[in-house]
Design a protein around this ligand. Structure first.
Ligand code: PLP
Length: 620
């Protein structure tokens, strides 16, 4: 494995350069590489502080091309008689520049957009898509959503309304009749085949979306009666995001293509078979079916979709459909890197002091010192249990008033010394295996680096569903790391921490980091956060969106800042919870006119006025 597994999960986009800095190669073309540490330093000089989200639009272009070319190659290889036309699901990352970049690079592939809500449809309709490109409307819809889609259809856009729920069909028919427009309709099937990993409940009988076989047949009957069978141009399914196992994709394809074939035989002229999202991202580089990984490549995905569809259509003797997919995660995950600065270290157990006893100390300290001096590979379990009992006794004696602060502190230090010795024993080679009860101990002994960011804003899925993202420092990578640590954020929430990290063979409880040096920033980055994290991010403690820089890499290792977006200001986050900062600044504590405190009140008002304009993170 490479350092921090960067080559394994980096997928050709990330690596380490000769200076020991993280480097990005946004198009996987070695002549276009750039030093990420230098970008961060350059931004700092311009006043753009960390935390900062770095976006690399060239990565988005590269991903769009990679997915489209993979399908194009498979279609040629298998002699497939239909085409491939993708759409980008806007929900994955709605950021304007992200969607616009995808539309620009997807134009030559007639790449379209998928919208799951009215605001997302507004975004999709505002963009200059290729005339052949599709706009798909998924998700639950009300009458005005449907009206918006049908008016756009009447205005000449290829807008398809996917029926997710039977009650949507009469609404579509009613509005279409009223507007005198022939709708383009898709049917979402509830497949029996399920995905894998964290999102597998998106399919199956109890899934939130989609039509059962009975409902599909009912829908066809309704449309046939209205002479609208020709409107049904798409059959859709989605078995969940981040499908880790290629076999799940194959079985879903088999089931969906059979449904397609049976409908074609019933005279429903479906043109598109939409395989939904789910194309995975190998967050840990292990190429396994673990939830942060996937056991296939984009090329294998495309080949399986194309081959299985062809195979079943040939067996069923029906025309091959044009293939559609709605990959979001795989398109946008790689384009964003979140860089944070480390602002401190919590090292409870890394005490500078060694306790030397004079002989006059209370008995409990003598007992703890005995444990410290005698714990060894032969007796560690028993000795550690003694230390726990002794620590409890120490605190009981303190609470009863028998010990002073000095003795308590000595006792605690002795206990941490026991833990440190134990930790060395547990990682020593002479120990054949680590007993289960000690496996979590190293985690609690790990140092904690405090990073200037909010987990809830920058990586909410790590908190919510324990999704793992690659993490590593972006410099000092030629130095041997001196710390093994976990990370915590600056929110006042003890859940704001990272204690699980990617690993090729396992999940790690801590990562190697370098000891921060005084007077020098130490930067750590989170990778592959471009999908979902930006938009799911929340303002816990009123920490808002970080600064953002869009970077284009040029030849000769240079880069250009294409766009800067200042992070949310204090003013912005206060307004988001209904405060008017103008009034807030005039609050009672700043109003003590003509009193001894008026100078301080004036100074406070001036400070608050300044602070309003700043971003919400720490300026250290
Ligand atoms: N299509 C539908 C209907 C979805 O629900 C989703 C998200 O779960 C996607 C596409 C995008 O999926 P992914 O990001 O896994 O490609």
């Amino acid at each position: 494995a490479t350092l921090y597994g960067v080559k394994e999960w980096g997928n050709g986009y990330f690596g380490i350069n000769a200076k020991g800095h993280l480097e990005i190669t946004p198009t996987k073309d070695e002549s276009l590489s750039c030093d990420v540490y230098e970008i961060v330093q350059h931004l700092k000089k311009k006043g753009i502080r960390t935390p900062v989200n770095l976006r690399f639009p060239q990565v988005l272009d590269h991903r769009v091309v990679e997915v489209n070319e993979a399908f194009r190659r498979s279609i040629i290889e298998f002699g497939y008689e239909g085409s491939y036309q993708g759409v980008y699901p806007v929900k994955t990352n709605q950021t304007k520049e992200v969607v616009e970049e995808i539309v620009r690079s997807g134009n030559k592939y007639h790449y379209g957009l998928e919208a799951g809500s009215k605001p997302e449809l507004m975004i999709a309709l505002s963009l200059d898509l290729h005339p052949e490109a599709l706009v798909l409307c998924n998700g639950y819809k009300d009458e005005s959503f449907i009206r918006m889609a049908l008016l756009a259809r009447k205005a000449g856009r290829k807008v398809v309304i996917t029926v997710e729920k039977m009650t949507e069909l009469p609404l579509i028919l009613k509005v279409a009749k009223e507007l005198k427009v022939e709708p383009l309709i898709g049917l979402r099937a509830k497949l029996n085949a399920q995905g894998s990993g964290k999102w597998e409940t998106s399919a199956g009988d109890h899934a939130k979306f989609g039509l059962t076989t009975r409902e599909i047949l009912d829908a066809i009957e309704v449309l046939e009666k209205r002479d609208l069978l020709d409107s049904v141009i798409e059959l859709h399914f989605h078995i969940g995001s981040q499908i880790t196992d290629i076999r799940k994709i194959k079985s879903a394809m088999k089931e969906a293509t059979r449904i397609y074939a049976k409908l074609r035989k019933m005279g429903v002229p479906i043109r598109y078979l939409n395989v939904g999202g789910g194309l995975g991202v190998d967050y840990d580089g292990s190429k396994t079916t673990f939830s942060s990984s996937m056991n296939y490549t984009i090329a294998e995905y495309a080949a399986d979709v194309v081959y299985t569809t062809k195979d079943i259509c040939t067996q069923e003797q029906v025309p091959m459909p044009d293939l559609l997919s709605e990959s979001g995660r795989a398109i946008v995950a790689y384009h964003e890197v979140v860089v944070v600065d480390i602002i401190g270290l919590i090292d409870t157990t890394h005490t500078k002091y060694t306790v030397t006893l004079t002989g006059n100390e209370p008995q409990i300290l003598k007992e703890l010192a005995y444990t410290r001096d005698n714990i060894s590979v032969k007796n560690f379990a028993e000795m550690y249990h003694d230390a726990i009992t002794q620590k409890d006794e120490l605190l009981t004696l303190f609470n009863l008033g028998y010990l002073g602060l000095e003795d308590r502190s000595k006792g605690e230090t002795l206990f941490w010394e026991v833990c440190r010795k134990l930790s060395r024993i547990l990682s020593s080679k002479s120990l054949k295996y680590v007993p289960e009860e000690f496996q979590d101990l190293n985690k609690s002994l790990a140092d904690k680096l405090i990073a200037n960011f909010s987990l809830f804003q920058s990586m909410p899925d790590h908190w919510a569903i324990e999704q793992l993202f690659p993490v590593m420092p972006i410099h000092r990578l030629k130095e041997k790391p001196g710390l093994s640590a976990t990370l915590c954020d600056i929110t006042c929430d003890s859940d704001g921490k990272m204690e699980k990290f990617i690993d090729l063979k396992d999940v790690r409880d801590e990562l190697p980091f370098h000891e921060p040096r005084g007077g020098e920033s130490y930067y750590v980055a989170f990778f592959l956060t471009g999908a979902y994290q930006d938009i799911l991010g929340m303002r816990h403690n009123l920490f808002g969106a970080p600064n953002e820089a869009h970077i284009v890499v040029d030849e000769d290792d240079t880069f250009k800042i294409q766009h800067l977006v200042r992070g949310d200001t204090v003013d912005h986050v206060l307004r988001s919870v209904h405060y008017d900062p103008d009034i807030l600044i005039q609050g009672p504590q700043t109003k003590r006119k003509a009193s001894a405190k008026s100078d301080a009140a004036e100074a406070l008002r001036a400070l608050l006025t300044e602070e309003r304009k700043l971003h919400t993170y720490l300026e250290i």
